[in-house]
Ligand binder design. Structure first.
Ligand code: GLC
Length: 746
């Protein structure tokens, strides 16, 4: 008997359910109607059926392998099936051949696009454009939901400050404020502002602190204090919960000895009790089972008990819940009300997505929306805004129809251009730089790859050098294959792999202008390569439309506006190095560097401050850095007051001028420093940013407002609040520029 249909008949009022917190409105009833519907379904369920909802299975392959489990209601969600015909069959078995007919949650890692692949999330962050990022997430949801995917394991909110960590590619970089704005945008984009068949539940991950893996080695332990969690790693998750994220995923790492999947403090005390999160908490892939490896549990029964009692609702691929929860309830080790709460959270997502009313998809219609022209246009625009101009000695933008040599391992790499976590991207749809340039300049492009993949080792590039001599300009595309970043892909050396640097050095001997574009999943250490090129663009794996976007930037149809969401190191030995660091008791003050140290220098002759004798204290490029074809000037920076109270709003006015020859967009950034606190505070923190378009020669006076409450932090007493004192404020184009103004909080 399918009881849910009769229950739905009881609440068939099409009252618009507006859950502002979720930004998801649905015709499934008001909040109270949804909750009473949950209770009605729950009251019909056996303990085994409840536990079945808590089980998520990776279901690629033959549906017949799951018929029995589906009929018994032992599966609540599947992942990794994307064939709409198979998805409909999975749903049919669950809805029409199980006792209660509860639909499945069909999930997938739709991380930066489904079929139309956008830049990897680090590239999305480089746009500093939440609105455009939301648009891209909406495109991903439209394409994915058309094929039956209604839950994505995205956005990833892991703050990352060590580029050795391969998953730095999947997040928004080093800054909590930027991370939070991008998280909100993606939650809104995936879930939509009004729930309908294109709504896809977001999953904020990995909760929490995963990006602080010691040594940048994936899955490694983290040692974050509660204050670091509360001031750096938790705020983006709190923002995403407030934005209405429907689900959350626990992380692999053990923090201070406690794996997140069994961590009552973060999952129950903070997430549930402090933030009031009533969404669905899912483990990462077998992260419950891995608590045995961690030495945090003795067996699957033990870790299942620890996970469910910590507040986890759904088990991804350990099968710990379906194997042991019934026994644990009967023994009293787990209370049935704990199970009930988990099932409530799962049913709530299914109801809010409208799955009970519309569990099936229209297979024919699925194809029509894939790669729609407006999707490709959105992806191209996102790439154009994500690319960072790191160097330009004046060669860019190119113009006219020069004879072009295209070379390098990423010039025509349709698979690698998509980047990591592009499961459903199809390389046949990738538009590479080579393809674009050949079409744009027929007969003017010579292609000599030099290297066919980023790790290739080769001695001598006579063929490439000869071709460069025949050209007016060299466009070289290099960087990282997709496999060299992403999950489990940490690197101890961040230099360009293989013989790429040697290729650049060889090209230099040809004496022609060289424009390099680095296409990678992380900020590589490219200091040694910069002298061999006249200009460098940096594109975090751009996805399907990388070619047209890069051509538009190189030839000036679009002026670069991307800004670094992560610090670019001079050498990997500087890791971790990030802009929002503490002052320390001995801040660097221009002390002597290696080559200037005299022989037999006295032990205390060099000064005693925090820096490297060989690489100093500064990065190659700071957070927020990015050039334009034009130049911008900041002036008349002022505050509406010089003293504020905790409930005031700071109003910052300034004039921004485009002082160069091209129209362009500047990402204005506002940083604030709290000079003295009950704990030591960062030298500055990003508190606002805004993209401002100005025509060449145009000046505009602008105002940015920041509530003083944005300066609150968790101090020595463990209470989040604004502390009075002296502050500095910068308005600038990156985290290392600008002259501060002062204000006081009383
Ligand atoms: C992976 C990742 C996680 C992903 C999940 C499902 O191991 O850690 O981000 O969503 O498994 O593919």
């Amino acid at each position: 008997m399918q009881v849910h249909k009769s229950i739905f008949a009881l609440v068939a009022l099409t009252v618009i359910f507006s859950c502002t917190r979720r930004n998801v409105s649905s015709t499934v009833g008001s909040t109270s109607q949804v909750e009473s519907r949950i209770e009605s379904i729950l009251s019909q369920m056996t303990l085994a059926e409840k536990i079945g909802q808590m089980n998520q299975v990776s279901a690629g392959g033959d549906v017949n392998n799951y018929v029995d489990a589906l009929r018994k209601g032992q599966i609540g969600s599947i992942l990794n099936e994307v064939d709409p015909v198979k998805i409909n069959e999975f749903q049919r078995l669950a809805v029409e051949e199980s006792r209660l007919g509860i639909p499945l949650l069909v999930s997938r890692d739709v991380i930066h696009g489904f079929h139309t692949i956008f830049p990897i999330p680090l590239g999305l962050a480089a746009t500093f454009d939440p609105a455009l990022t939301e648009e891209g997430a909406r495109v991903a949801a439209i394409e994915a939901t058309a094929q039956g995917i209604r839950w994505t394991f995205s956005p990833m909110l892991d703050i990352a400050r060590d580029p050795r960590w391969g998953r730095i590619a999947e997040g928004s970089g080093e800054d909590p404020y930027l991370d939070a704005r991008m998280a909100e945008a993606m939650v809104h984009g995936y879930q939509g502002r009004t729930a309908d068949s294109t709504s896809m539940a977001a999953c904020i991950k990995h909760f929490v602190g995963y990006g602080a893996a010691e040594g940048g080695r994936d899955y490694n332990s983290t040692f974050l204090t509660e204050r670091q969690l509360r001031n750096i790693y938790l705020p983006p998750f709190e923002a995403a919960v407030k934005a209405g994220a429907m689900t959350l995923m626990t992380s692999f790492n053990d923090n201070d000895g406690v794996p997140s999947t069994g961590n009552t403090f973060v999952v129950k005390d903070v997430l549930r009790d402090e933030w009031g999160f009533d969404g669905l908490v899912v483990t990462d892939w077998n992260s419950m089972g891995e608590m045995i490896n961690h030495g945090f549990g003795v067996d699957r029964k033990d870790v299942a008990q620890k996970a469910v009692n910590a507040g986890v609702d759904m088990d991804m691929m350990t099968f710990g819940f379906v194997s042991h929860l019934e026994e644990l309830v009967k023994s009293g080790a787990v209370k049935e009300k704990t199970i009930d709460n988990a099932v409530r959270n799962i049913l709530r997502v299914k109801i809010l997505l409208g799955l009970f009313e519309n569990p099936y998809i229209n297979v024919e219609a699925a194809k029509a929306v894939q790669y729609a022209p407006e999707h490709l246009a959105s992806a191209r625009k996102t790439v154009e805004e994500s690319v960072i101009l790191l160097k330009n000695d004046g060669i860019l933008p190119l113009n006219g129809t020069p004879r072009i040599l295209v070379t390098g391992p990423l010039a025509n790499a349709p698979h690698d251009q998509l980047g990591t976590w592009a499961f459903d991207g199809e390389k046949s749809h990738t538009v590479t730089p080579l393809k674009t340039l050949q079409e744009r300049f027929p007969g003017r492009v010579e292609y000599v790859p030099g290297l066919t993949f980023s790790r290739e080792k080769r001695s001598g590039f006579a063929d490439v050098v000869a071709a460069a001599k025949r050209a007016d300009v060299v466009l070289v595309f290099l960087g990282e294959e997709a496999i060299l970043s992403g999950e489990a892909h940490s690197l101890a050396d961040l230099n360009l792999k293989g013989s790429q640097s040697e290729l650049l050095a060889a090209l230099k001997t040809a004496g022609k202008p060289i424009v390099a574009t680095v296409i990678a999943g992380r900020p590589l250490t490219i200091e040694r390569d910069l002298p061999n090129v006249d200009a460098m663009l940096y594109s975090f794996h751009p996805g399907t439309m990388g070619g047209p976007a890069l051509a538009n930037l190189i030839f000036g149809d679009v002026n670069p506006s991307g800004k670094a969401p992560i610090t670019f190191l001079r050498t990997v030995g500087q890791a971790p190095l990030y802009y929002a660091h503490n002052m320390t008791g001995r801040p660097y003050n221009g002390e002597t560097l290696l080559d200037d140290i005299p022989a037999e220098a006295g032990q205390t002759s060099l000064g005693n401050t925090s820096y490297y004798l060989d690489y100093g204290a500064y990065p190659l490029f700071p957070f927020g850095y990015g050039l334009s074809y034009t130049t911008f000037a900041y002036s008349c920076i002022g505050l509406d007051k010089d003293t504020y109270k905790a409930d005031d709003t700071i109003s910052i006015s300034f004039t921004l001028s485009n002082t160069g020859a091209y129209d362009g967009t500047e990402v204005v950034q506002v940083y604030i420093r709290d000079l003295v606190g009950s704990i030591t505070r960062p030298v500055k923190e990003l508190k606002a940013f805004e993209r401002i378009n100005l025509k060449s020669g145009e000046s505009r006076t602008l105002t940015i407002q920041i509530p003083v409450q944005e300066l609150a932090f968790t101090g020595l007493d463990g209470i989040k609040k604004v502390e009075p004192g002296e502050f500095r404020l910068w308005v600038a184009g990156d985290s290392a520029s600008g002259t501060p103004v002062s204000f006081t909080i009383i």
